[in-house]
Design a binder for this molecule. Structure first.
Ligand code: PEP
Ligand code: MN
Length: 358
């Protein structure tokens, strides 16, 4: 159940709910509700209405199985990565190479992507490669390269962590921990980052449903780390012309049911650099809160994923158009949309149009 307590509720109310959950062996996790109060997700049913607790705002016995990630739990979340807000009014751009290649290269690309509008620097130090014989990343040296690039540019950094045992090490260097597509359902890893004090970028498994994606976010949040950003990065479809197919449906769909910010990765989502700019725009038009883009000074020479990697100049063009698109779509949100559909359905539209909308 979801129990919302007001900002001015006495601490004893929260404590009583947590104690009642503990007594019954129910998992319970509190988080801010974005309106000054708190919401407590309890994996079971408590008799709160008989507990005479001051400051109770709302009790929701019925909710989605991913209760903490659900829009039923709280207002839209804004996740801070350093001083960058994800989920606010401005689309966030995470950019950098697929793999970190050297300290000097990472510092140079950090300067280049910052100059072209990126807000967060990416780069893989621990790489999940399809072949055990491919470049596996620089490991800790890669993390040091990220630290050097952040020191040189001020950009916060996001990088992937693949193993629970590496979470402390990676969290020492990174401003945001990335869970890759192949690890979206690695539950020990999700539980471990759920206990970390660093925001998490959760990439969708390329064969995962929306429901599974949100349940994985729930794993992280249930551990206490509620700073989760989702990333749609393409799913496996039937057409071999594309490495993956960006699933744009899931962006407005997740915005309907979850308060978590969601960004889009058109680099992995297409597997072709010529498609990246258009699909970046499409992702933002679909409602994404930002982009993750693979960028390299010389994409053809990149040690991994060069075929889907763009140049800093192309990043600059995407960034300028992203800002123009944001202005063009200002005020276009799903509540306006739904209200418009409801209004139309109630009044003027003929039956055929109503069926089309449904
Ligand atoms: C990446 O972003 O470096 C990456 C490996 O992506 P994914 O996990 O989406 O394949
Ligand atoms: Mn890559």
């Amino acid at each position: 159940m979801l129990i919302t307590i007001a900002g001015d509720a006495p601490p004893s109310t929260r404590a009583a709910i947590l104690a009642a959950a503990l007594e019954r062996g129910f998992h319970a996790q509190a988080m801010a509700n974005g309106r000054g109060g708190e919401v407590i997700g309890v994996a079971g049913s408590l008799p709160v209405d008989q507990m005479e607790l001051p400051g109770l705002d709302r009790i929701q016995p019925v909710h989605k199985p991913w209760m903490l990630a659900s829009i039923e739990a709280r207002e839209r979340s804004v996740v801070m990565v350093g001083d960058v807000a994800i989920g606010g009014d401005t689309p966030v751009v995470m950019a950098g190479p697929c793999s970190i290649e050297s300290i000097d290269d990472q510092v140079d690309i950090a300067r280049a992507v910052r100059a072209e509008g990126a807000n967060i620097l990416r780069g893989g130090a621990f790489k999940p490669r399809s072949s055990p014989y491919s470049f596996q990343g620089l490991g800790q040296e890669g993390l040091e390269a990220l630290a050097a690039a952040r020191a040189a540019t001020g950009l916060p950094v996001v990088t992937e962590v693949m193993e629970p045992e590496q979470v402390d090490l990676v969290a020492d260097y990174a401003d945001m921990l990335q869970i890759g597509s192949r690890n979206m359902a690695n539950f020990p890893l999700l539980k471990r980052v759920g206990r970390a004090n660093v925001p998490v970028l959760l990439k969708r498994g390329f064969a995962a449903t929306q429901e599974e994606f949100l349940m994985s976010a729930e794993y992280i949040m249930a551990g206490g780390n509620t700073n989760v950003v989702l990333c749609e990065r393409g799913i496996r479809a039937f057409d071999a012309a594309f490495r993956f197919s960006l699933d744009l449906n899931v962006i407005p769909s997740i915005r309907e049911v979850s308060h978590l910010p969601i960004i889009v990765d058109p680099s992995h989502g297409t597997g072709r650099r010529s498609l990246v700019a258009r699909m970046a725009m499409a992702g933002l038009a679909a409602g994404a809160d930002g982009l993750m883009l693979e960028v390299h000074a010389n994409p053809d020479a990149a040690l991994s994923d060069g075929y889907q990697t763009i140049t800093p100049a192309e990043l600059g063009r995407i960034h300028r158009r992203a800002l123009a698109l944001r202005d063009a779509l200002d005020g276009f949100d799903e509540s306006d949309d739904l209200a418009a559909v409801t209004r139309n359905a109630g009044t003027t539209l003929p039956l055929a149009d109503l069926e089309r909308i449904a």
